[in-house]
Design a protein. Structure first.
Length: 567
């Protein structure tokens, strides 16, 4: 029997049909006879009803004004969530926070009021004491430690915003939102958003450098010098930032190569590298920071943490984002789909270019873990891992978008990733923020016993110095830490280490001692406590218990007994 077209579908001889019209059918093929009696149809398979490939026009076209504002509104929501998750963390000043802020006040007195530079901060700080500590001290004088931590939050929110803009220039709005969302809930991001150290400022400057390089990649070659200024400032704020400058230079080369040609890309990369090198060379030659750079960065002391322990911690703190970045790199290399790169030409970038971009950005996440695993030390690893994650986040955004598919075909994949990332980030940041003991009860107790001019031995001592200096009760020069002592004995001998502590306690040199007695006290704490008990010159005045995220302990305050002592 011959067939004829109807107003609902088009069917030709022998059951042939037009695919464009077939897509408009509203009934399954098995029920066609109910709506067209008397016509014969050949079998139509389910495959004939499958939608074709989703067109790329919706993603490769220039962003509309509506799409731009919607994405910005979603970014604002992400930033608000990041701020709330960071501000939920509470603890007293960590020893590094207290030291840097106090050092900033000392540097202000030295630079602007002629006070002697007694701290020697430029010999062991991991960044220039004249930059972040001075800024932090100025904010502290206005808004206290809370204000300094809010400044760190502003830096981290700025880093997330710059990451969004950078990823949007490389890919599109959807990828940028995914990248910003994954990075915003990382434990290092949340932790640094409420932590008053160099790291938040340095991370912001690195994000700013990368954003500038992508922004000016197709502009005049001299514009690369502007990014050189920001990059050099990032290194001056924290010396370890230099580890990420090669990534920035390669990013500039790749983007410039995509938008122009190899010669122009090499020129811009060379200008940026030369500018940073000259600026850093001037800084090293005109200051005394070389010793600090060696001791804190290039020649850092080795630890004893095992490879497996460090690898596990790295996997916990950054494994999810790194895995997403690897997935994004692989899938992006295989297929340039949905117009995710907007170049000058209509065709997408080649597979080698896509692989190079993914490898550079994703591989940067391994730099800090690899270096600290080499040193076998976990000190600050939970913070440093965030630097590499900033660069890997754009490829993680690509990975999330590929999991969702075209037009959010599989939104449950993004939801699952988001829930997992949020859960890990919240729990891990809270645990790391609770590692050090809270001194909220220690400081009032010390305020009752410390008198101006008294000499104290303390662990911790940075927190007491920071809080009690506001009360005009003490200063940095009157405190000795358990990590170093240079004591001149009764016979004129200069003693250090255990012998120095032993002699100073026997002579009654300290007016008071503060000990942090945890579940696993160190050798120096045990020596000091034993000497105070056996010397008969000190008595325990207070014992204040505390609980941290890793265990329990108590502070002990020892006061010198009346009697003859060496002043």
């Amino acid at each position: 029997m011959t067939t004829a077209p109807t107003d609902r579908y088009s069917v030709g001889a022998a059951g042939s049909y037009d695919p464009e019209t077939t897509l408009r059918l509203r009934v399954p093929p098995t029920r066609l006879h109910e709506f067209a009696p008397g016509y014969a149809f050949d079998e139509i398979t389910r495959a004939d009803w499958a939608l074709g490939r989703v067109p790329d026009n919706g993603w490769s076209a220039a962003p509309s004004r509506r799409r731009t504002w919607v994405s910005r509104a979603l970014l604002a929501c992400l930033l608000l969530a990041q701020a709330a998750l960071s501000l939920r963390l509470h603890n007293s000043a960590f020893e590094d926070e207290a030291l840097y802020v106090y050092a900033g006040h000392a540097m202000i007195d030295h630079l602007f009021h002629g006070a002697p530079d007694y701290g020697g901060f430029d010999t062991y700080f991991s960044g220039s004491p004249a930059l972040y500590p001075v800024l932090a001290a100025w904010v502290d004088s206005v808004a206290g430690l809370t204000g300094v931590r809010l400044m760190s939050l502003a830096f981290m929110l700025g880093s997330t915003a710059l990451l969004y803009s950078l990823t949007r220039m490389l890919f599109n709005e959807r990828t940028a939102l995914c990248a910003a969302g994954v990075f915003a809930v990382c434990q290092s991001t949340l932790f640094l958003g409420n932590f008053a150290t160099y790291d938040a400022a340095a991370l912001f400057l690195l994000a700013w450098t990368s954003w500038l390089l992508v922004r000016i990649a197709s502009g005049h070659w001299a514009l690369a010098l502007t990014a050189s200024l920001v990059a050099a400032l990032a290194v001056a704020v924290k010396y370890a930032s230099a580890l990420y400058l090669p990534t920035a230079a390669l990013l500039l080369f790749l983007v410039a190569y995509r938008r122009s040609d190899r010669r122009q890309a090499l020129l811009r990369g060379a200008v940026f590298t030369a500018g940073v090198t000259v600026l850093l060379g001037i800084g090293v030659l005109s200051t005394d920071y070389l010793q600090a750079i060696r001791s804190t960065t290039t020649d850092r002391a080795h630890g004893t943490t095992s490879f497996l322990d460090m690898a596990w911690d790295c996997a916990k703190w950054g494994g999810l984002l790194f895995a997403l970045a690897c997935l994004g790199t692989v899938l992006y290399t295989r297929r340039d789909r949905l117009g995710e790169i907007r170049g000058r030409t209509a065709e997408g970038p080649g597979a080698r270019w896509r692989l190079a971009l993914g490898a550079v950005l994703t591989g940067t996440a391994l730099l800090a873990p690899a270096y600290q695993i080499h040193l076998q030390t976990e000190i600050s690893l939970h913070k440093h891992i965030g630097y590499g994650l900033l660069f890997a986040a754009p490829m993680a955004g690509v990975g999330v978008t590929r999991l969702m598919g075209a037009h959010f075909r599989f939104p449950q994949a993004a939801i699952a990733v988001g829930v997992l990332a949020l859960t890990l980030g919240m729990s891990q940041s809270a645990q790391n923020y609770g590692v050090w003991p809270n001194t909220q009860y220690l400081i009032p107790e010390l305020a009752k016993n410390v008198r101006p001019g008294q000499k104290w031995l303390g662990q911790p001592h940075e927190g007491p110095v920071y809080y009690l200096s506001d009360m005009r009760l003490t200063d940095y020069t009157l405190w000795t830490s358990i990590y170093y002592i240079d004591y001149t004995g009764r016979k004129g001998q200069r003693l250090s280490g255990p012998d120095g502590y032993r002699a100073a306690i026997q002579d009654g040199w300290f007016d008071g001692v503060v000990l942090d007695w945890s579940d696993q006290p160190g050798d120096v704490q045990s020596l000091i406590r034993g000497e105070m008990r056996s010397s008969g010159r000190y008595r325990m005045a207070s014992a204040l218990t505390y609980r941290t995220s890793v265990g329990t302990g108590h502070f002990e305050i020892w006061l010198r007994l009346p009697g003859p002592h060496r002043s």
